[in-house]
Ligand binder design. Structure first.
Ligand SMILES: NC(=O)c1ccc[n+]([C@@H]2O[C@H](COP(=O)([O-])OP(=O)(O)OC[C@H]3O[C@@H](n4cnc5c(N)ncnc54)[C@H](OP(=O)(O)O)[C@@H]3O)[C@@H](O)[C@H]2O)c1
Length: 277
């Protein structure tokens, strides 16, 4: 490794260690009474976020397509439900885009069902996934921004390591997540330059043990899955402390920096199962 590489590696490690031992500045009490609009709340990480936010005393509006599933959520979460029948990706068109009285957090989390497989040429699917995973995020954020500016609020965008490092079997999904990084990181600059006090937090998640992720990756990866409840808490904490990026699990940050310094396709591909047909 070149000397500059060594210096960068050492700096990365030092930053990592400092971050590790740094005290968590998240104060759950700051969320009491916070007005939160959370998408994709009927399952997985979104559902876990709903439980945490409710526990911290936030006022919630939850969205998803399946009303019946939302209705089964515990009673304290029910008053803020919003759903409408499929097919539908612009969920906010069915209800108030923001809770009455304003909004402090817009948490964009939903995704369309992903195919964890080799690219088979389905351009229409990619177009559809872009609508669900990317354009709907842009539309919702745009609708909410004027309200968030008034409250000095926060945009929280749930993404993936596949939106930072291209991985196999995720062509379309990865494209949607890279697009989120490009759009929302640029938007963050613009908000700062205009001195608008709206934070933008991009959440970079590794494999999480949600039903949909476990089902689609079964037998195809050698990567341990982290718990959805912890991932949900990491997202909430990152949003509340207004950090620019959250990596969960935490070691993902080093994985990412290591990849930037010394990318190895061979190592990356060894985590994925592929046998030629
Ligand atoms: N799980 C992982 O391993 C993992 C890893 C990295 C990043 N992430 C990110 O974490 C977030 C949550 O993932 P998850 O695993 O918790 O997902 P999930 O369990 O599949 O839940 C997806 C949520 O989105 C909603 N949804 C599905 N299709 C939709 C559509 N067409 N339009 C609007 N909403 C739709 C679902 O509810 P309805 O079906 O009721 O609409 C559900 O509430 C995503 O942004 C994902 O990219 C997850």
């Amino acid at each position: 490794m070149k000397p500059i590489g060594k210096v960068l590696c050492a700096t990365g490690l030092l930053v990592g260690l400092l971050a590790y031992y740094w005290q968590d500045p998240f104060n759950p009490e700051s969320l009491a009474g916070a007005r939160v609009l959370l998408t994709g709340a009927s399952a997985g990480i979104g559902e876990q976020m709903a439980y945490h936010y409710a526990r911290f005393g936030a006022e919630l509006v939850l969205t998803a397509r399946r009303e019946a599933v939302l209705q089964k959520l515990p009673q304290p979460l029910l008053p803020g439900l919003c759903s409408r029948p499929r097919p539908n990706w612009l969920m906010f068109s069915c209800c108030q885009p923001v809770p009455p009285g304003g909004l402090d957090y817009l948490v964009l989390n939903h995704i369309g069902a992903n195919r964890f497989q080799m690219w088979a040429g389905d351009v229409e699917f990619t177009r559809w996934l872009m609508q669900v995973n990317f354009f709907s995020y842009v539309a919702l954020a745009t609708a909410a921004l004027p309200t968030l500016e008034k409250s000095n609020g926060s945009l929280v965008v749930v993404s993936s390591l596949a939106g930072k490092i291209a991985t196999p079997f995720t062509t379309s999904y990865s494209a949607t997540k890279f697009a989120l990084d490009g759009f929302f990181s640029s938007l963050r600059h613009e908000l700062m330059m205009q001195k608008k006090n709206v934070s933008v937090t991009l959440c970079i998640l590794g494999l999480i043990d949600t039903e949909s992720a476990m089902e689609s990756t079964r037998g195809k990866v050698h990567i341990p899955a982290s718990p959805a409840s912890e991932a949900a808490l990491a997202i909430i904490s990152g949003g509340a402390t207004r950090v620019q990026q959250v990596f969960y699990p935490w070691k993902l940050q080093q994985v990412y920096y290591l990849w930037v310094l010394a990318p190895s396709n061979q190592v990356l591909q060894s985590y994925y199962n592929y046998s030629s047909p």
